[in-house]
Ligand binder design. Structure first.
Ligand code: NAP
Length: 348
């Protein structure tokens, strides 16, 4: 498709860690093109190349570099906006865009648990998009992407949930620095160190999966009943969240059956062949020392959950590790996949 035939989109919070990832992923997207970038009043009015400190290894696309950063006001000409806004201000700005007829696909926590807002993982709950029909946004809508650690976890859990049922989950995370935004955690805080606290992260991991695995009801989602306990840590890795997971299943399963379930898992985005969908949502590594963030985080576009070290557990039934790319699958890539699903299903 020629660039001028692609759907124009805006990026809110375009200068940040997630915003930059959006620009990178959209630069060669077959359906969408970045037409507008917006950020805070500190950046508005400047050229994007001067407002953003580009930290990605791919070059800043030339057309975006020359764009003038706009304010996050609902007067953009693009009717689809991706939000990588700071959660301190995202809630009001995203609602204002939706009320003015924009389709907002957001990475921020603010609207995730709203009754009428899908908390979408396209491989898991594509049917939750139906919630848009009960939103009162005047023709606009809000769709959200889960927390970056939640996404890797639920992708790995989905085949277990479908095949054996899930009773309880314990998860301990080792989360990358890019998850704290840019400039993020100070070097003196994180070099030679682990920080055993990430504000707000544990409650998100303990509640978001219940909505994601929930059933679509008339007035919203009926949450699934799974006991989840989470402990979250910040580690000195640039990209890629690693999680140590223990699960209690509802039905007995052998190790081989679990690995088969992961290997056979495929869902709607794969069937629809959506451009940002991973070929396989879950990869299982037989090698004891894998997966590792530096080596594996970009596998399959950084969009899959990479699982390894499955073994029996004396407290729960099984334990394993899962790795997922926090700004690709866990943020901009995941949101892009949501938008692709929305387009394929006629919601945008
Ligand atoms: P970030 O690097 O701090 O970027 C924040 C963005 O918000 C910047 O573009 C900033 O613009 C803009 N902003 C701040 N205050 C504003 C205001 N008053 N009005 C308009 N724009 C404003 O943060 P991030 O890591 O990209 O995260 C963005 C959102 O995604 C957060 O809600 C975060 O929780 C969520 N998220 C992040 C990740 C991740 O891995 N990083 C994963 C999942 C979800 P200026 O540059 O002009 O200040």
């Amino acid at each position: 498709m020629a660039n001028n035939e692609k759907i124009p989109v805006g990026v809110l919070g375009a200068t940040g860690s997630v915003g930059q990832k959006f620009i990178e992923l959209l630069s060669n997207h077959p359906w969408f093109r970045v037409a507008e970038v917006a950020a805070s009043e500190r950046s508005a009015g400047k050229k994007y190349k001067d407002a953003a400190n580009w930290i990605l290894s791919t070059p800043l696309p030339k057309d975006v570099a020359e764009m003038t950063v706009k304010e996050c006001e609902p007067v953009l000409s693009s009717k689809i906006v991706f939000s990588g806004l700071d959660s301190g201000i995202a809630g009001g700005i995203e609602a204002a865009f939706a009320k003015n007829g924009y389709a907002v696909i957001s990475n921020s926590k603010n609207h995730r648990m709203d009754k009428d807002v899908p908390l979408l993982v396209p491989e898991i709950n594509a049917d939750h998009l139906e919630l848009i029909k009960i939103q009162k946004y005047n023709g606009g809508c809000i769709v959200t992407n889960p927390n970056c650690s939640t996404i890797g976890l639920v992708l790995a859990l989905k085949p277990l949930y479908d095949n054996f049922g899930l009773e309880a989950v314990n998860v301990v995370t080792m989360q990358a620095l890019s998850g704290a935004g840019y400039p993020g955690v100070s070097a003196l805080d994180i070099i030679d160190n682990v920080i055993p606290f990430i504000s707000g992260e544990e409650p998100k991991m303990e509640t978001e999966p219940l909505k994601i695995f929930g059933k679509l009801g008339k007035d919203g989602i009926i949450d699934e009943n799974i006991k989840i306990s989470a402990q979250c840590n910040r580690v000195a890795v640039v990209d890629g969240h690693m999680e140590c997971v223990q699960v209690k299943l509802k039905r007995k399963a052998s190790k081989e059956e679990i690995i088969e379930a992961w290997k056979n898992f495929s869902a709607e985005p794969q069937k629809l062949n959506l451009p940002t969908a991973p070929l396989k949502p879950v990869y299982y590594f037989e090698e004891e020392k894998y997966p590792q963030p530096r080596i594996h985080r970009n596998l399959d576009k950084g969009m899959a959950a990479l699982v390894g070290r499955l073994r029996e557990d004396s407290l729960f039934d099984y334990k394993f590790v899962v790795l997922s790319h926090n700004t690709n699958r866990g943020a901009a890539g995941g949101a892009l996949l949501c938008a692709e699903l929305m387009k394929a299903k006629g919601f945008i």
